[in-house]
Design a protein around this ligand. Structure first.
Ligand SMILES: NC(=O)c1ccc[n+]([C@@H]2O[C@H](COP(=O)([O-])OP(=O)(O)OC[C@H]3O[C@@H](n4cnc5c(N)ncnc54)[C@H](O)[C@@H]3O)[C@@H](O)[C@H]2O)c1
Length: 456
């Protein structure tokens, strides 16, 4: 993408209705983006179907969910789960008896990893084995799913998969330093990418966060053909990340969290949607704002651009409801600390000369720098300390609002999506929230004002 394509309308669902099928392609976690979309699917009366990535046993073999795990997952989802594990990525796959890529990484040390090399032919074998495992399991999933979709039904496939961080201790130490390290603990993300370890990890991110979307589109071709032949419609959505326009100095400007190492995979995900779209398949990647979830908590500072959403709620005429959000957030802060203090810190960070080079869309995803990491992570830590309770943060409150808004926006837009890649910036998120929560209020307030005028 040369420029971000903003979603700038609030569309309503015109396709999906009671009895249609919503397929969540990824597991559901309480705070995750998928919860907002699922709420909309449920509201439309759709049947919910989920998958599982499976679990690893003590020998790392992949297994389905056991009865208790399955019952808990189905209850959380509010639908049936096809219990055939579709864990993506090749970090734990290997030819029989051979070391897995995670084993190979585990053999590296904090002193040696920058020089350590990998046997790329062997890694390719592991990757092929994982692809065969994944696509084999996925075709079984699709066979089961096919039997769950009656003729005449529409189908909504929602891809949420993202990940691929291998569980090798040495990498976890490095990841902690890249995403959380300041001062002497800072580590250059470029140094990682220049190493064989980094190249392996980027391949694994591609597999989990991007190529799974292609597998999903391909493996559901038979279902798509049958549904469409019966007059139904099929849609595919995926969650992207490629920076977000947020309110900076009174106007919406694109910015990004740095270093988003997964950015290459997210651009590949966009490419997969564009290719599918070119062949007539309605697949859309929605690039979403920075929020805090199980997956994003690793990135310290990702929540900083989220906080100015409060300004967007006001700018987009959120009235009393926006004021109430502001107050709810302020109540989470220490006595004597205001939301203006918090937002002031973020404004200072954004305006700092150190950050300027990083707000270049065409250079994304840029490597971190010592000064940028120190500033971002330092600001994040300072803002956390301005709260009463480190476990009840302003960013929790705002993340939940963004999940709600994106669910509504994506569900509405996907009936007739405008294109394969769209950005959900803070303006449309704020407008969507205000439309749901504040819509009735201004009229009520106006009515009261009118009544006063008449009396006067
Ligand atoms: N959190 C953010 O700030 C943010 C911003 C923009 C886009 N997104 C995207 O939203 C989507 C959902 O993420 P989230 O932040 O809500 O977190 P989440 O933790 O709720 O979701 C992560 C998903 O990835 C799946 N997953 C993880 N490892 C996997 C593997 N090896 N194989 C298959 N599936 C795997 C999980 O089952 C889960 O469905 C992701 O695509 C993410 O990149 C997140």
């Amino acid at each position: 993408m040369k420029n971000p394509v903003a979603l700038n309308r609030i569309a309503e669902n015109t396709v999906f209705r009671k009895g249609d099928v919503f397929v969540l392609f990824g597991e559901l976690f309480g705070r995750g983006y998928a919860t907002g979309l699922l709420d909309e699917a449920r509201r439309a009366g759709m049947e919910i179907v989920g998958i599982t990535v499976g679990r690893r046993d003590e020998n790392n073999a992949l297994r389905p969910l056991d009865a208790d795990e399955l019952a808990a997952a189905e209850e959380r989802l509010g639908g049936r789960i096809i219990n055939i594990p579709v864990m993506a990525g090749f970090d734990l796959d290997a030819p029989a008896g051979g070391p897995t890529p995670t084993d190979l990484l585990a053999a590296m040390t904090l002193e040696s990893w920058e020089r350590d090399t990998l046997d790329w032919d062997y890694i390719a074998q592991c990757r092929d084995i994982a692809t065969a495992r994944f696509t084999g399991a996925l075709s079984q999933v699709m066979a089961v799913l096919d039997g769950m979709i009656a003729d005449g039904r529409n189908v909504f496939f929602a891809h949420t998969m993202a990940g691929g961080i291998p569980k090798a201790k040495v990498f976890l130490v490095l990841a902690n330093r890249i995403y959380k390290g300041r001062g002497a603990r800072h580590m250059s993300s470029q140094a990682l990418l220049d190493s064989d370890m980094g190249k392996l990890i980027l391949q694994n991110f591609d597999e989990v966060s991007a190529i799974t979307f292609q597998h999903l589109i391909e493996a559901s071709a038979t279902i798509r053909a049958r549904v469409e032949a019966a007059g139904g419609q099929v849609r595919y959505t995926a969650y992207g990340y490629h920076g977000t326009a947020v309110l900076i100095d009174g106007s919406y400007r694109w910015q990004t969290y740095t270093n988003y190492t997964q950015g290459y995979a997210k651009m590949r995900l966009e490419g997969i949607a564009q290719e599918a779209w070119a062949s007539g398949i309605k697949a859309t990647v929605y690039n979403c704002p920075e929020i805090r979830t199980n997956s994003s908590d690793v990135f310290t500072g990702i929540e900083l651009p989220l906080i100015p959403l409060l300004l967007a709620l006001k700018k987009e005429d959120g009235g009393q409801w926006a004021d109430a959000q502001w107050q709810a957030c302020e109540q989470l802060l220490l006595d004597g600390v205001t939301m203006n203090d918090v937002i002031g810190k973020i404004t200072d960070m954004q305006a700092n000369a150190v950050m300027r080079p990083f707000y270049d869309f065409s250079a994304w995803p840029m490597a971190n720098s010592q000064a940028q990491s120190d500033l971002t992570i330092g600001t994040s830590n300072e803002i956390t300390q301005m709260h009463r309770d480190g476990k009840a943060l302003v960013s929790d409150h705002l993340s939940a609002l963004v999940v709600e808004a994106t669910g509504k926006l994506i569900f509405g837009e996907t009936s007739d999506p405008a294109g394969p890649v769209q950005w959900l910036n803070h303006d449309i998120v704020a407008r969507r929230l205000n439309a749901s929560h504040h819509a009735a209020e201004p009229r009520a307030a106006e009515a009261v004002k009118d009544a006063h005028l008449k009396v006067a």
